[in-house]
Design a protein around this ligand. Structure first.
Ligand SMILES: [Zn+2]
Length: 423
């Protein structure tokens, strides 16, 4: 067995062990607190709501623990030979051999690349079905019908090919045109495409799945517009998304940049919160914009992209790397396997830096909360809004601190309340 393969197995084993330990710790923490509302929440969380959130959190944690072996087995199958096998067969079928080069290799490799991503995603379907129609259904969140679910998948797959093949062709085309420096061009092009997709997504892609409407005139809109004006924020882009047709979960988010920035409120959020609480949520979202969080995120992903493409370029010159995973090394025809192997290794490494990225994300959430507090004069409306959101979404109120540090992109309700009420 090659050292490269051993390194992969060690990394995968370490990641899996860490994930299972974190899930187990988190579950133990839920069980430890399940018989009574913890004292720190006793003043505002009702026993019956607490029981619901415990039941939902426990069921989710059981699901993730039980399905972990399924995920790992599939990952091993793909990496240890299934991908290489199907790739070899698909190459032969589509006519990708030593004689193909330039454009002729480019489009064939792109089609195989996207088809492989599609195939690998199929193993998630049974889990998604169970989650949607069993767990979410049982806890009153699921609003999706089987028909809508099927159409969602079909549309998603169609988009994967319509967008994926041209994008892959562009990146792979650079490789065949400039074998040495391609990865710099590829990352720049990839970044520009990401920016375009951020702008085009709400206009072209999101409408295929959801309806976005401008927030209707009324008390809520008047208050939100007044708040946005006070913050010096262009407010004509406050939109409502009909998320309730799929799920009862509620949220709000901010996306885009420059004149394409927009704030999207879930219709479920509008039903669950009072206007002054929605104002506080909006103030928080404006905070993300004012503090330049999207720009920071873009810069970071730009540099990480260079790292990823640079790794692909480095691995391409290393035949033993491919042979370790069952690929036949063919000069100039290894870019798709290289994408696959780098993404597999990247996900193993990314796990260990997830505490850092989660920390950065939580830092941004604190900053946006602080901005909202300053804009509104105090943090009380946001506190009451967050409490309602936690209640409606049956959020786990007693996560283990290690689990929070590793995975939570948002501070817990308790942490946010504390920060909003401090001076
Ligand atoms: Zn936020």
């Amino acid at each position: 067995m090659s050292l490269i393969l051993i390194a992969y197995l060690v990394f995968l084993g370490a990641k899996t062990a860490a994930q299972l330990s974190l899930s187990w710790l988190n579950r133990r923490e839920m069980l430890r607190h399940k018989d009574a509302v913890p004292a720190k929440y006793a003043d505002h969380v009702k026993w019956e709501d607490y029981q619901k959130s415990v039941a939902y959190s426990l069921e989710n944690s059981k699901f993730s623990l039980l399905t972990k072996p399924y995920d790992v087995v599939w990952e091993l199958l793909w990496v240890l030979g299934l991908y290489a096998c199907i790739y070899a067969w698909a190459s032969q079928w589509i006519g990708l051999d030593a004689g193909t080069a330039g454009w002729s290799a480019t489009w064939r490799e792109s089609v195989i690349c996207v088809a492989m991503i599609f195939l690998m995603s199929l193993t998630d379907l049974p889990l998604d079905l169970y989650e949607t129609f069993k767990i979410e259904e049982k806890h009153g969140f699921n609003k999706t019908t089987p028909r809508l679910w099927v159409f969602d998948q079909l549309k998603g797959w169609a988009l994967e090919f319509i967008i994926g093949v041209p994008v892959a062709s562009l990146l792979i085309g650079f490789y065949h045109l400039f074998p040495d420096t391609w990865w710099i061009f590829a990352q720049c092009a990839f970044f520009v495409i990401q920016l375009f997709l951020m702008v085009l997504y709400p206009k072209l892609i999101l409408p295929l799945f959801n309806k976005l409407t401008p927030l209707p005139e009324g008390e809520l809109k008047t208050e939100l517009v007044a708040l946005a004006e006070k913050a010096g924020f262009v407010a004509d882009k406050i939109e409502v998304i009909d998320s309730s047709k799929r799920s009862g979960h509620s949220n709000a988010y901010f996306s885009g940049f420059g004149k394409w920035r927009r704030i999207v409120l879930f219709d479920t959020l509008i039903k669950q919160l009072e206007p002054k609480e929605i104002c506080a949520v909006l103030a928080h979202e404006i905070g993300h914009s004012k503090k330049g969080h999207i720009t920071k995120h873009l810069f970071l992903s730009f540099f990480l992209g260079f790292l990823a493409f640079g790794l692909v370029a480095a691995i391409l010159r290393w035949p033993a790397f491919f042979e370790a995973f069952g690929f036949e090394y063919r000069q100039n025809l290894m870019i798709v396997p290289a994408f696959f192997l780098v993404s597999e290794f990247a996900s193993l490494i990314a796990f260990w830096i997830s505490p850092l990225s989660a920390f950065l994300s939580r830092k941004h959430e604190y900053e946006a909360d602080a901005y909202a507090k300053q804009l509104l004069g105090n943090g009380e409306a946001l506190v009451s809004g967050l409490r309602k959101l936690n209640k409606e979404n049956l959020s786990n109120l007693t996560p283990h601190p290690f689990y929070v540090n590793f995975y939570y992109s948002h501070p817990t309700l308790e942490q946010r309340t504390k920060a909003l009420r401090s001076n």
